[in-house]
Ligand binder design. Structure first.
Ligand SMILES: *Cc1c(COP(=O)(O)O)cnc(C)c1O
Length: 219
């Protein structure tokens, strides 16, 4: 017997350390399913498609905090700039410039994370550490008044090999620690349904969990 969304949220809330924020990844899931998690007290939801997130934002309670966790096309930033609460997968200065521009139109600041590539899989996006350092020390980033880079995000290889996960999460956590105080970082987003326990052991402060809450996705 599979447990309900409500029970899953409750058991996450009971078992997670207080230092770890749960993002319920609701991509492909219906408003009803999201509301079931909402009734259990969940307020932070993650989506990977901007227009799907925009539609859900319109339809659902306004105290939900929407996180964009997917890869972003610059021309779509405008659709989420008025409401998005955290953008996890920033991977270029160009994208940051567009987020700054769109946030300015709404007279707000948007919190962002830099996505660092830690997996070996080619399909995974992100910058390497060198590129992130170049971005963070660029002249231009200091002129952006409407974006706050508050941490890092990474996706590990899809594997049950715990030594591989240790290596990937470990390297991201070390990089995070080297930047944390100088850049005032407070968020390390790593860990999904299959690997969040290891991610937390390595110091994750934010996990992005979909299927362990909502069940398997059907596309
Ligand atoms: C889909 C997705 C998740 C959640 O994956 P699950 O394995 O279902 O927990 C987390 N992060 C990103 C970036 C995703 O696209």
């Amino acid at each position: 017997m599979s447990s309900s969304i409500l029970e899953n949220i409750r058991s996450f809330k009971d078992s997670l350390p207080s230092s770890v924020v749960l993002v319920a990844v609701s991509k492909t899931k219906s408003a009803e399913q999201i509301m079931e998690a909402y009734e259990a007290g969940q307020r932070i939801f993650g989506e990977n498609k901007i227009q799907e997130m925009e539609a859900k934002h319109k339809e659902l309670p306004k105290d939900i905090q929407w996180h964009m966790i997917g890869h972003i096309q610059r021309n779509k930033v405008k659709y989420m700039a008025s409401f998005v609460s955290l953008i996890h997968a920033v991977d270029s200065l160009k994208l940051l410039r567009e987020i700054d521009k769109q946030a300015k139109k709404h007279n707000r600041s948007i919190n962002c994370l830099l996505q660092i590539k830690i997996a070996e899989e080619e399909s995974k996006f992100g910058m390497d550490e060198e590129e992130a350092l170049v971005l963070l020390s660029s002249e231009e980033i200091r002129e952006f008044k409407h974006v706050n880079v508050i941490g890092l995000m990474g996706m590990a290889t899809f594997t049950s090999d715990t030594s591989k996960l240790d290596a990937e999460f470990g390297s991201l956590a070390r990089f995070y620690e080297t930047l944390k105080s100088t850049h005032n970082f407070s968020v390390l987003s790593m860990g999904m349904s299959g690997d969040y326990r290891q991610a937390i052991e390595h110091g994750s402060t934010m996990i992005r969990v979909g299927s362990a809450i909502f069940g398997a996705r059907e596309y």
